[in-house]
Design a binder for this molecule. Sequence first.
Ligand SMILES: Cc1ncc(COP(=O)(O)O)c(C=O)c1O
Length: 383
Amino acid sequence: MKIDVFKVEEWMNEYEKYSKFDLGNTTVNTLSLNKLFEITNTNKNDFFERLSQKNLGYGYITGNPNLKKGICSFYKTISENEILPTIGAAGANHLIFYSLIEPNDRVISVIPTYQQLYSIPKSFNADVQYLHLKPENNFLPDIKELKSLITKNTKLICLNSPNNPSGSLIPDDLMKEIIEIARKNDIYILCDEVYKELNQNEYFSSSIADLYENGISVCSMSKTFSLAGLRLGWLASKNKKIIKSCMHHREYNMISCSMIDEEIAALALTKSEEIISQNKKILSENLEILDNWIQSQEHFKYIKPQAGTTSLLYYDFDVPSKEFCHRLSTEKGVFTTPGFCFELEYCFRIGYGKDKKIFSEGLKKISEFAKENRGLYDTRILK
Ligand SMILES: Cc1ncc(COP(=O)(O)O)c(C=O)c1O
């Protein structure tokens, strides 16, 4: 089976090594186990002693009940049997396509987004159509465009909110319009919510799993809880058929998740509010730095992100994004991700969840780079 190269992952594997200033990653400062024990007031020796006595069997096949209880607290109406743990959100997305999509099914995916959402269904010979998120529309889905893409073969709409890379967040009223279209045409909605709760204000949009009976929420421990190394995610849906089908397919490629990962994730979820508010603080401080920086720049522009950990920066130099980011990495040590990885040009993605000082210095290096290259490249009008 052929599948397109996963551009963003390939880029990151290649360029992370030049990263003196990490503006390329999408996680917020990740947590060590020591830090997690501190946040959760857990005695490390007791925790490991308890874990050491457990037999390393397959654990709970459908997920550790404490973990599922913790996950339920992120939804208003979802119960434990409506959740299926997976290997990261990446595993959840894959499992959903593997379970639901057949050749010639139409799948509508937002773009730009995490490439799984369109490249996996394409590899299953689905008829994949793009729903474009544009800066002039604050990177939100356009209802007219969505309606024009619906056919009788449409099985699934893939959304990603908060969006990676743009940082847009679909508000409930717009989501309800999308749901109405899906409901009328008997279409599932997968919403990748891996940056859940990481927004810039108090209010956070509802989950698709709470709003729509045929909605599937995908989330994980990686971004919201800064525990990407656990490789633990989940899908949640009220539709019993979806859960059953995913469970059936899951038996073929994972059986169960790691019981150790599940124990640690369950522990983290007991203090989810603390972890989230810490992450939100880092993100809002860095976003203020980014916003001030961009106001002072003549070569860069952006749509201020509403949520998530990333933003798209547009530049006015007439140079492909791959060359731009390659030079930034190799000459200035600033790790960014080119628009090319998201089928876009004249822009790049930055992640603003890392150390404040490194972030500020990285931005300074980008200004320096722009200044030095002013004469070298023609400029375009930044709209
Ligand atoms: C939108 C989106 N979905 C899924 C993933 C994969 O997340 P996980 O680490 O939980 O597999 C990422 C990682 O960057 C992402 O940005």
